[in-house]
Design a protein around this ligand. Structure first.
Ligand code: PMV
Length: 332
C-alpha cells in the first residue's frame, strides 16, 4: 500500500474558559452545551501511529496501555480505518506527554487530538481540522478543542450523528499574545472521580443541571465578546463564575461530588484579596483540585508567587498555543 502508514503529531492541551460538563449522547460524546477554551503552550503530547504492525500495540508515557485506556485508543483508530475505507492492518501507537497526566490538566485532550491528527495522516486522509476535531471528540470530548490553537469553541451541534459537533477556532494564538494561564499543581495524584463519571452523575442527579446548560450557552457568546476586546477583567470574572457554576452542579449531585480540596478553596478565595491589591488574577478549575490562574504577562510572576505561597508544589506558566501539527520525526 502506498499510504504513508506512519505519522506523528504534536498537540497542546486546552483549558476551558466556559466548560463542557455533561453529555447528551455518551457513545458519540455529544455535549449538552457549547464550550470555549484556550490552547496552552508549551505543554504538549506527541503521538506516533503506524498501521500495518504485527499486532495492535499501545504505549502511553512508557507503559503498555491496558483495559479501557487501550480500548479508547484502538476504538478511535477503528474510526480512522472506516474513514479511509481501507484495511490498514493492526496499529502501533506510542504517545508521550511532557506534563503530569490525569491531574486535571486535560492531558487526554492533547493526547486524543494528537492521535486523531496522526491517525488520519498515517491512513493517507487529508489534513482537515473539522474531521480531525470530530474524531478527537470521539476519544475525549474536550480533545476536539485541541486540534487548533488559540481560542476554540466546541459547538454542541444539533444532529444526532454528531457531524455538526466539533470545535472551530474563534481567535488564533496571535490575537492575544499577552494572556497567561498559570497552572497551580496542588496535588500530583490522579483524580479520584474521572470527569466522564463525574459529569454523568451530575447530569443524572443534580437538580441544578438544567440551569447550568442554559447559562453556559449564553456565556459562550459573552466570552467571545470579552476575548474580541481583550478585556481581561470581564473574561476573568466570567471564567470564575463559570467554574463556580460547573462545580456547583456537582456539589448538588447525589451523592454530592467535590473536586475541590481544602487547598483549592484556600487558593481561589485568596485571589479576591490579591485583586484588591491590584493584581489582575482569576481562576478556572477542571475536574480536579488544581486551579489554573488567568492573568497577563505583566503579572505571571506574581501569580506564580501567590500560587506557591498557597501551597502549590509545582507551577507551570502557559501562553496561548498553536494548532496540532504533523512532525517529521517519529517516536519509534
Ligand atoms: O473531555 P473530558 O471527558 O476529559 O472532559 C473534560 C471536562 C472538563 O475538563 C472539566 C471541562 C472542559 O471543558 O474541558
Amino acid at each position: 500500500m502506498s499510504l504513508p502508514m506512519k505519522a506523528t503529531a504534536l498537540a497542546h492541551p486546552n483549558i476551558a474558559l466556559v466548560k463542557y460538563w455533561g453529555k447528551r449522547d455518551d457513545a458519540l460524546i455529544l455535549p449538552h452545551q457549547s464550550s470555549l477554551s484556550l490552547t496552552l503552550s508549551p505543554l504538549s503530547v506527541t503521538t506516533t501511529v503506524e498501521f500495518g504492525a504485527a499486532s495492535d500495540q499501545v504505549e502511553l508515557n512508557g507503559h503498555t496501555a491496558k483495559g479501557s485506556e487501550r480500548d479508547r485508543v484502538l476504538r478511535l483508530l477503528e474510526l480512522v480505518r472506516a474513514q479511509a475505507k481501507a484495511d490498514l492492518g493492526p496499529a502501533k501507537v506510542v504517545s508521550r506527554g511532557d506534563f503530569p497526566m490525569a491531574a486535571g490538566l486535560a492531558s487526554s485532550a492533547a493526547g486524543f487530538a494528537a492521535l486523531a491528527v496522526a491517525g488520519r495522516a498515517a491512513a493517507g486522509l487529508p489534513s482537515e481540522p473539522r474531521a480531525a476535531s470530530i474524531l478527537a471528540r470521539m476519544g475525549s470530548g474536550s480533545a476536539c478543542r485541541s486540534v487548533q490553537g488559540g481560542f476554540c469553541e466546541w459547538q454542541r451541534g444539533e444532529r444526532p450523528d454528531g457531524e455538526d459537533s466539533f470545535a472551530v477556532q474563534r481567535f488564533d494564538a496571535a490575537h492575544w499574545p499577552d494572556v497567561r494561564m498559570v497552572v497551580a499543581i496542588l496535588d500530583r495524584g490522579e483524580k479520584e472521580v474521572k470527569s466522564r463519571d463525574g459529569m454523568k452523575l451530575t447530569v443524572d442527579t443534580s437538580p441544578y443541571y438544567p440551569a447550568w446548560v442554559k447559562d453556559a450557552e449564553v456565556e459562550v457568546v459573552q466570552v467571545r465578546e470579552h476575548i474580541a476586546r481583550r478585556d481581561l477583567q470581564a473574561l476573568g470574572e466570567l471564567c470564575e463564575r463559570n467554574a463556580w457554576r460547573m462545580h456547583a452542579t456537582s456539589f448538588a449531585a447525589n451523592p454530592p461530588l467535590s473536586y475541590m480540596s481544602p487547598g483549592t478553596l484556600a487558593l481561589i478565595l485568596h485571589l479576591k484579596e490579591q485583586r484588591k491589591k491590584g493584581i489582575p488574577v482569576w481562576f478556572t478549575l477542571d475536574a480536579g483540585p488544581n486551579p489554573v490562574l488567568l492573568t497577563d504577562a505583566a503579572h505571571e510572576v506574581a501569580a506564580e508567587a501567590l500560587a506557591r505561597a498557597c501551597g502549590a508544589l509545582d507551577v507551570i506558566r502557559c501562553v496561548p498555543g498553536g494548532d496540532a501539527e504533523l512532525k517529521a520525526e517519529h517516536l519509534f
